[in-house]
Design a protein around this ligand. Sequence first.
Ligand code: NAP
Length: 112
Amino acid sequence: MLTQAWSPIGGITFYRDSGHTSTLQDPVIGGIAARHGRTPAQVMLRWHLQQGRSAIPKSTDPRRIAENLDILGFELTGNELAEIDGLDTGRRGGPEPTDIRLAAFGRPVPEA
Ligand SMILES: NC(=O)c1ccc[n+]([C@@H]2O[C@H](COP(=O)([O-])OP(=O)(O)OC[C@H]3O[C@@H](n4cnc5c(N)ncnc54)[C@H](OP(=O)(O)O)[C@@H]3O)[C@@H](O)[C@H]2O)c1
């Protein structure tokens, strides 16, 4: 089974009034990024990739789109993966997967 990451670089942590701390500002992720000479977004995307998740970040900025694709030239260690795993608060940013129902989330597509 392929798991898909929603908000793969933590968009949900800084959109709207989420009340979260932005993952882009997280000191653990920032420290790992500094060690590899990468950005926090690249570290989070590499973490997904190495753990086998599908991750499609959203960006409207061509420079950040290129940055988000450039994650093949470095590798996180097992300890670094575990450090990021350890940041899990158990708090869900999006809806519960079991709540995703056509009745609640379905939208008409006039062109279809
Ligand atoms: N949020 C959900 O609950 C949810 C649910 C289902 C599906 N999805 C889908 O998942 C995809 C992404 O989710 P998302 O938009 O919530 O969050 P995301 O991809 O984790 O974060 C997007 C945010 O990060 C910024 N960003 C992108 N690359 C960056 C970088 N390298 N450095 C710093 N900031 C960067 C973007 O701003 P700029 O555009 O200005 O770069 C945008 O504000 C979308 O296609 C969405 O439709 C989301």
